[in-house]
Design a protein. Structure first.
Length: 171
């Protein structure tokens, strides 16, 4: 694929803006009939990536389902246990967290949310709880931990996408 096609496809998929394309065109001689895009254009394209979401869920079917639902919009990392959790949140930068409350034995989702909120870089990061627990049981804890939303299982694809979209558009 030639460079022009790659940049046009990147624009159509929302990876690079029209402004970036025109700025590049001006910088390389827009009046010419066959200007080319420099490697600078492609570094801009590569730099604009999907937001990163960490999904913590003990059930493999739900991890897979959420990954399929959100892969178009997010770079999803799904983990089934909390062994690597501290290392992940320390070494990576996530834009959102989707957390199950009941993770089997050991720490629960509320404990993980406390750890997330204890990090300065995550104090205002989107946290959404997905759980089978009744609303009344979870509501007060979610409010105290500054959770952005609570979704009860079973859930629908459009509800997760809409919830993430609405929260992130107001941040």
């Amino acid at each position: 694929m030639n460079q022009k096609k790659a940049v046009i496809l990147s624009y159509l998929s929302g990876i690079v803006s029209e402004h970036d394309i025109w700025e590049e065109a001006k910088g390389s001689g827009a009046g010419k009939s066959n200007f080319s895009f420099s490697s600078r254009s492609f570094s801009k394209i590569r730099a604009k990536t999907k937001p990163k979401l960490l999904h913590i869920e003990d059930l493999s079917q739900i991890r897979m389902l959420v990954s399929v639902y959100l892969k178009q919009f997010y770079d999803v990392t799904s983990i089934d246990n909390i062994e690597n959790f501290d290392e992940l949140i320390e070494n990576e930068s996530y834009d959102a967290f989707l957390i199950d409350i009941n993770l089997g034995s050991g720490l629960d989702g509320f404990d993980l949310i406390k750890k997330i909120r204890a990090h300065n870089k995550y104090k205002k990061t989107t946290v959404i709880v997905l759980t089978v627990f009744e609303y009344d049981y979870v509501r007060d804890k979610c409010i105290a931990l500054k959770v952005n939303a609570y979704l009860q299982k079973p859930f629908q694809k459009n509800i997760i996408i809409q919830t993430l979209s609405e929260i992130n558009s107001h941040s």
